[in-house]
Design a binder for this molecule. Sequence first.
Ligand code: IFM
Length: 453
Amino acid sequence: MSDSYRFPAGFLWGAATSAYQIEGSPTADGAGRSIWHRFSHTPGKTWLDQTGDVACDHYRRYVQDVALMKELGLNAYRFSIAWGRVYPAGTGRVNRKGLDFYSRLVDELLRHDILPNATLYHWDLPEALDDRGGWLNPDIVGWFGDYAGTLFDTLGDRVKLWSTLNEPWVVTDGGYLHGGLAPGHANLFEAPIATHNLLRSHGSAVERFRASEAAKHGKIGIVVNLEPKQAASDSPEDVAATKRSDAYMNRQYLDPVFLGRYPAEMREIFGEAWPDWPAADMRLIRQPIDFLGINYYTRKVERFARDVLPLRTKPVPQPDAWTTQTAWEVNPAALTALLLRVKESYGDVPLYICENGAAFDDPPKAIGGKVEDPQRVEYFRRHLRAAHEAIRGGVDLRGYFAWSLLDNYEWSGGYSKRFGIVHVDYETQRRTIKSSGRYYASVIASNGEILSD
Ligand code: IFM
């Protein structure tokens, strides 16, 4: 291949969002409340106690938002489905109106030649299921399977890419081990159980997919957030700490899905809280998948830290690094290395970068119809070049989804962090394409060629 940054034919150029972060109207049309509704309405849990009650009002403005996607030239859009809109109590009765919303959204995308990429679970568990133990209850595998089956039957003729879960690591780390995210538990013994039930649910949904008509029209995978870990020194303590950190964040999900086993380090980290799992569970989890979705934001340099439990490691900030508003080091080279590593360790599965992006201190308001965000422009330029480098290295990368289409509700961070390529004025709900959005549009229009400028 030449030095050109042209991407392969058929490459998907997309942007991503998730239901609770953009939709608003969380209980409209008979929807059941989610754990994020409860969490964000509990004082002290989120920045300025902000909630997703209104967010970007996408539930009512989706037509306008799809038009924006078209204006940007996107040929794919990644969104998530709110389980509680479809099953208000998580299981049992289906809410037709909730299902219809996603059906209309998918039709609107197709009308604009934008490929729908749907995620079944992006953190907004129905509150009613949490009351029954949520991800700690082994029955959730059946509940999730039924929910997935309903979606496959309803949207399966039109959705081309399905993901079972988004970032299961965050669900357990934030939701069950440290408690900073819904449902807000901090319990060493719960985290492994939540992880395992998430992965069993993934396996069960993939099985349902294969048995459904949807498999004739689309592909299925899982989306994990991966973070390369590098040891701060050659000392055996730092090297071992880095291995634990890598096992916890990366291999805890990749190994079971692709190899049918958890990394040995899980026992080292969790001690007696890490159970022996039945072989049948591991077979269920290791379903062949059609693609892997990777969310990449940063890498970490790790150092042994005896008192930081349970991992006994902590990241070392890099003094001269360029960092985002969320204090994440910008490191595009680590993205290339990560994609190559996944190929080397887990085989030639097709990959999609399902999220990549950054929060910067953007101007809060559009001025003269413009929002200048030069740091984000540079961020995308460098990461897209890095992605292309991986393709040159033989990685079967099929698409890239910028996080995020819109500024949105950043979970416990409320509206304090703007990740969008489109600015949202939360007072008026006016959308303004940022300079990063315009830049991304020109990358798309040239299928990558202008990345060499
Ligand atoms: O906003 C989140 C998203 O929901 C999951 N991936 C990381 C993003 C930025 O923090």
